[in-house]
Design a protein around this ligand. Structure first.
Ligand code: NOJ
Length: 516
């Protein structure tokens, strides 16, 4: 059985998602950029993360904040340039931090030269065959966009084109060989510049059935962001695995590189198919995101995750730029934070790779922004009925007592920063042993160095109602969680780390502990 120290680096890595717009702004335009990230590498080293995942920084009109890519092989001037990217990779590597980047193979921007040419070339042209164009007078089927509204938009010449997201994000036709060839070029372009891997956007989305069958009408009103469902012809079609085999083949030529897929599919078996030996190395696992703060729900999520990755490597994540941050999901104010800290210890005790989202180590909540500030296409497309994801994308507060908290020299940040965030800054938390930042630093350090974390299997103990405890079979680490409303006795052992101080030797409510 592999131990913690064995295997490939990504099998036990702590990945840190940098939402590039919101991490650090070096040039005072109020938007984060590559030089900003480089200036904060010391912090990331101190935190102890193994690898970064950078959200899209490619040339883009920013209709979906970079997930609408106009040139996948260049840097948008808002974020820097290729030289700055190379410097960032070089300095990260010097500090022992790997760099992985987003890849968006399902769609392009409507400003991508291919789409511009397709619009110009007219119906029936080879240029249109790189996308999903169909003649009018009606849309070819009833598909809806994940961001709301129909998934088809019509051009003045009568043709409809498919966009599973915003109209500015036309879906590529993966049956056209030029599409695969171009992706291979993009992969090699960044691999040759030294990146260590990719996060594949909408990894379950690229293939569509040629006949474009209707979706079940009952799904039409449920098109929330990438929600899983079993009978949805838009996603998880078998041909998508060819794309992952292509990606894997390229990566296999570059030692120590990896790919993780954003995979929303129903069922462990369907998920596992993406992790076959000739496909992706890792699959994003949203089960902890979906689970309430309840011991049974969390245990079910963990068991399902381990089943789905039985022949590969499990991954764990509590938050990202598309969901409500876990502090806010778990409850108001202090309660939410307390529970979030407990879940951090649960997550870090599990075997496999972790994905952290920038700011979670500071205990940042999702913010209810004023309507004038909202920018997300989900907000725009829903006719302002859904607030969208902006509240989870507020810039990171670094220091000082008022906005922009060292994020930028410009107080006019791309999303406004709350006035009451002074206690969340890195500066305020760094030296405070009880801060959430200190909890993360300790958890990462112990997880990395303590032999109790060896092995890839866990076993469950009996536990009081509302609680659970599991043990890492290899190294023997025990993790106990209390989601009940009363303190409970802890399993025997020496305490390594606790999310809250123990009370008379017992684990208080909304808390977790590690023991050996
Ligand atoms: C998933 C990304 O995480 C999300 O932010 C984006 O809007 C969609 N894919 C479309 O690219």
């Amino acid at each position: 059985m592999p131990t913690h120290a064995d295997g490939q680096w990504w099998q036990h890595a702590v990945f840190y998602q940098v939402y590039v717009r919101s991490f650090a702004d070096s040039d005072g335009d109020g938007i984060g950029d590559l030089d900003g990230i480089r200036s904060r590498l010391g912090y990331l080293e101190l935190l102890g993360v193994d690898a970064l995942w950078l959200t899209p920084f490619f040339t883009s009109p920013m209709a979906d904040h970079g997930y609408d890519v106009a040139d996948p092989r260049d840097v948008d001037p808002v974020f820097g340039d290729l030289e700055k990217f190379d410097l960032l990779v070089a300095e990260a590597h010097e500090r022992g931090i790997r760099v992985t980047i987003d890849l968006v193979p399902n769609h392009t921007s409507d400003q991508h030269p291919w789409f511009v040419a397709a619009v110009e070339a007219g119906p029936g042209s080879p240029e249109r065959d790189r996308y999903w164009f169909r003649p009018g007078p009606y849309p070819p089927n009833n598909w809806t966009s994940i961001f709301g509204g129909p998934a088809w938009s019509q051009l003045p010449d009568g043709d409809w084109y498919l966009h599973l997201f915003a109209p500015e994000q036309p879906d590529l036709n993966w049956a056209n060989p030029e599409v695969a060839a171009d992706l291979e070029r993009t992969l090699r372009f960044w691999l040759d510049r030294g990146v260590d891997g990719f996060r594949i956007d909408v990894a379950h989305g690229m293939a569509k059935p040629e006949s474009l069958p209707d979706m079940d009408p009952s799904l039409i009103d449920q098109s929330e962001i990438l929600h899983e469902n079993a009978i949805d012809p838009r996603f998880d079609n078998d041909d998508v695995h060819e794309v992952h085999r292509l990606i894997r083949k390229v990566l296999d030529g570059y030692p120590n590189t990896m790919a993780v897929g954003e995979i929303w599919v129903k069922g462990d078996d369907r998920f596992a198919r993406y992790l076959r030996p000739d496909e992706l190395h890792l699959g994003f696992n949203f089960r902890l995101v979906d689970a309430d703060f309840d011991a049974d729900a969390v245990r079910t999520a963990i068991e399902g995750s381990l089943r789905a990755a039985a022949d590969s490597t499990p991954t764990w994540t509590l938050s990202n730029h598309d969901v409500v941050r876990h502090v806010t999901r778990y409850g108001d104010g202090e309660l939410g934070l307390r529970r979030a800290r407990a879940m951090t210890l649960v997550e870090f005790a599990l075997p496999g790779a972790l994905y952290l989202y920038n700011g979670e180590e500071l205990g940042l909540p999702t913010v209810e922004l004023p309507e004038w500030a909202l920018q997300d296409p989900v907000w725009v497309r829903s006719g302002h009925t859904k607030r969208g994801r902006d509240g989870s994308r507020i810039p990171v507060p670094w220091e000082g007592t008022e906005p922009p908290y060292g994020f930028s020299s410009n107080a006019d940040t791309w999303l406004p920063m709350p006035l009451e965030w002074a206690s969340f800054t890195v500066e305020a938390q760094l030296e405070d042993e009880n801060s959430t930042l200190s909890l993360y630093r300790h958890a990462i350090e112990i997880r990395k160095s303590h032999p109790a974390f060896a092995g890839t299997e866990i076993e469950w103990y009996g536990a009081p109602a509302g609680c659970f405890a599991f043990r890492r079979k290899g190294g023997g680490l025990i993790c106990a969680l209390n989601t009940s409303s009363a303190p409970v006795p802890i399993p025997p052992g020496e305490v390594l780390l606790a999310s809250e101080p123990l009370v008379d030797g017992q684990l208080p409510p909304d808390a977790a502990v590690w023991l050996v």
